[in-house]
Ligand binder design. Structure first.
Ligand code: SF4
Length: 281
């Protein structure tokens, strides 16, 4: 089968940096924890666990040692708890995620009601919410009722959102007639490049595969977008999840991967796909 890999896919600089920090720390120290998965990719988390990284859900589970702050960041309240326990903190938060946190703080300080366009259950957003007082998170237009009337709004966006959704939400917020609306574009260019490249590719192929964690926001965004243009789109974590029956009669496959999907997962998938039996002649 002919396989085309998206021009831009896989690890972004933020994830690459977090993994490289984790590997360095693990080579130097014992008792290394990550507060939540270091990145949203189970295969990578499993690989790091084999070299000693312990993933925990709360500060309570850590007694001593080193704590890695993952690429999505952590809320100031969590950092304060870690400091109180006198743990060694190593910050692997992506600089672009830190930027959103800093902007939220500044907007709050300047008297704006901070609004974040994004998913309130995502760790990146939970950390941003902790950086400013009383932040409102809106996922889509059905959440607009949450916006406080008669306020000066300061709007930012989850880094991995899609630019079209960001602009659609800005228009919808604008129509609500707020006296002042300050918008800061906090979208990540790396995530946008992966989206553009995936959309371009999925239009040219019979079947499209999006590789990456099911909780990975940027991977889910890639899958949503590709499904819009190619109904034969499948979001999988790795080769083992593929039911080869979907390849039947297909000649050209496209492959993309989220910003937290390691190179070895992509390479293994492509290699197997190239030699898979598709029933085509
Ligand atoms: S996708 Fe962008 S914001 Fe998220 S970790 Fe990667 S570089 Fe940072």
């Amino acid at each position: 089968m002919k396989v085309i890999v998206a021009e831009k896919c896989g690890f972004c600089p933020g994830v690459r940096n977090a993994i490289s920090i984790a590997e360095k720390i693990l080579a130097q120290k014992n008792d290394v924890y990550s507060l939540g998965p270091i990145i949203h990719n189970k295969d990578m988390v499993r690989r790091l666990a084999k070299t000693g990284l312990k993933t925990v859900d709360s500060v309570k589970e850590i007694r001593s040692g080193t704590v890695l702050i993952r690429s999505h960041g952590a809320a100031p309240e969590q950092i304060a708890k870690l400091k109180k326990k006198e743990l060694n903190i190593v910050d692997a938060t992506c600089v672009l995620v830190k930027r959103v946190q800093q902007i939220a703080r500044e907007l709050d300080r300047d008297g704006y009601k901070v609004v974040v366009i994004g998913d309130e259950n995502h760790p990146e957003i939970q950390a941003v919410v902790g950086c400013a007082g009383d932040v409102v998170v809106v996922a889509d237009e059905s959440d607009l009722h949450k916006l406080p009337k008669n306020s000066r709004l300061g709007v930012v966006c989850q880094t991995t959102q899609n630019p079209e959704h960001f602009s659609k939400m800005l228009c919808a917020i604008g129509r609500q007639g707020f006296s002042e609306l300050k918008v800061i574009n906090t979208l990540c260019k790396e995530a946008i490049k992966r989206q553009e490249s995936a959309v371009e590719l999925c239009k040219q192929v019979d079947i499209m595969f999006v590789l990456g964690g099911l909780e990975s926001a940027n991977t889910c965004r890639l899958a949503e977008l590709c499904k819009k243009y190619n109904s034969q789109t499948f979001h999988l974590q790795n080769w083992n999840e593929l039911n080869t029956i979907v390849l039947s009669g297909k000649n050209i496959a496209g492959v993309t991967a989220g910003a937290s999907t390691p190179e070895w997962i992509i390479a293994e998938f492509v290699e197997n796909l190239e030699t898979a039996n598709t029933g085509s002649r």
